[in-house]
Design a protein around this ligand. Structure first.
Ligand code: AMP
Ligand code: MG
Length: 413
């Protein structure tokens, strides 16, 4: 049986970015850029005023004091969005608004607070201003030709703004993987089907679809397949249109666990079957041509935890991400936890922050069918293979699950 790290390495070595598409920048948020973006011009394109005030010649203000201000002639009113018709000559000023291009002849801006308007045509400057004051220089944000966003960078709102400011309406990004989701089991019925004796609702199909979407993938629901090899093979073939297939259930060694045989029958080259971990020991990974296949365990917690550990990083890598893992924090354990020696265990925990320290407690019983424990959990505490016992007071590593808000509870700003 291979370790969690070996399994993850085998998966991540097998997957790579799956291709590129062009998208509108309005929908590029959360995607990874697949080209270098250079500035096509200077931004701002020209020197402009950083303040509402007056564009003047600094030399004209050199001897200004509140008692003996320089008095300048106002030759024009210049709102943002227009270019001055006049130049600023000696003894002259142009009334200028923030963002308007600095008029010819002027070498500085005097902000309105440092002036006294006498009438329509005259303004007094109450103190000297250095040349270049309150100016935004051409190209201070972007210089024509500069590499402003390198290929491989995640597009966040700031990058969307940068792309717009260099007039890029469309960009190349890595494609989002299509992921076929298949639930297996004679006992599994869909959410709105009658629940006859012995049947259970397909919670995995829905939870895994949500996890795929949350990881940036495009889920394709293949529905529920009964436990026969023939129907499983048919469903798997349907899934080959996708970049990845996830099945849940049917991968253990039970009488009706046909997923392995069906995968082999449709030509999957299997990389491994079992990973030394709890929950989630049966976990199959392989590939059919270009489609990677993950056979997740049927137990609801096990399927979600194995998705988090293996599928999510793989889907992120397929989209060009370089940061593939959930963030982790250190926390102090509030209770003793016994575990089985030799296996890495992922324990669902809630976190509580007191001052600068996080404390972790189990979500309760850790049965891998107890889905509510995933709902309650803020993270997964990681115990190592060689540990047999984790003690209260011990520091442990906790992988944060998506949506954990405890880091933002304390507002220090
Ligand atoms: P299996 O791996 O097929 O033996 O399934 C292990 C356990 O997970 C059984 O109790 C199944 O009923 C349950 N299970 C399997 N598939 C699903 C599913 N799609 N939704 C909820 N529970 C499931
Ligand atoms: Mg089953």
């Amino acid at each position: 049986m291979i370790s969690v790290v070996e399994a993850r390495d085998a998966i991540l070595n097998r997957v790579r970015p799956i291709g590129v598409e062009r998208v509108d920048i309005a929908s590029a948020q959360g995607r990874v850029l697949a080209e270098d973006v250079h500035a096509t011009r200077n931004q701002p394109p020209w020197d402009n005023s950083a303040m509402d005030g007056y564009a003047v010649r600094a030399a004209d203000t050199a001897s200004s004091t509140p008692d003996a201000p320089a008095e300048l002639e106002i030759v024009e009113d210049l709102p943002a969005g227009y270019v001055a018709k006049c130049a600023v000559g000696h003894g002259q000023a142009i009334h200028i608004m923030t963002g308007a291009p600095v008029p010819e002849g002027a070498d500085t801006i005097v902000r309105a607070e440092r002036t006294l308007r006498v009438d329509e045509r005259r303004v007094r400057i109450l103190q000297p201003v250095e040349p270049g004051t309150d100016l935004r220089r051409a190209g201070e944000d972007l210089r024509e030709g500069d590499l402003i966003i390198p290929s491989g960078m995640l597009i966040r709102p700031a990058e969307v703004g940068l792309l717009a400011s260099t007039n890029r309406s469309h960009v190349s990004v890595y494609r989002r993987p299509r992921v076929a989701v298949l639930s297996t089991g004679d006992e599994i019925v869909d959410v709105d089907e009658p629940l006859e004796d012995g049947k259970i609702v397909d919670s995995n199909g829905y939870a895994l679809t949500a996890l795929v979407a949350d990881a940036g993938g495009i889920p394709l629901r293949l529905g529920i397949c009964p436990d026969t090899q023939e129907t499983l093979e048919r469903s798997l073939r349907d899934g080959l249109v996708a970049d990845a297939i996830i099945t849940s259930g049917g991968v253990s060694v039970g009488e009706y666990d046909y997923v392995k045989a069906a995968l082999e029958a449709v030509g999957t080259s299997m990389a491994f079957w079992k990973v030394s971990m709890t929950p989630g020991r049966p976990l199959a990974f392989g590939a059919i041509d270009e489609t990677v296949v993950f056979g997740l365990p049927g137990n609801p917690v096990a399927s979600m935890v194995t998705f988090e550990l293996f599928m999510r990083p793989a889907l992120l890598k397929m989209q060009g991400y370089t940061h593939l893992y959930r963030p982790t924090i250190r926390a102090v354990l509030l209770e003793d936890i016994a575990k089985s020696l030799g296996r890495k265990q992922f324990i669902r925990v809630t976190l509580e922050r007191r001052g600068d320290t996080f404390f972790a407690s189990r979500t309760g019983a850790q049965g891998s069918g107890i889905l509510r424990s995933m709902s309650i959990a803020d993270g997964l505490a990681v115990s190592h293979e060689d540990q047999e016992f984790m003690k209260a007071g011990q520091e442990i590593e906790v992988m944060l699950l998506g949506g954990y808000s405890g880091l933002s509870d304390y507002r220090n700003y």
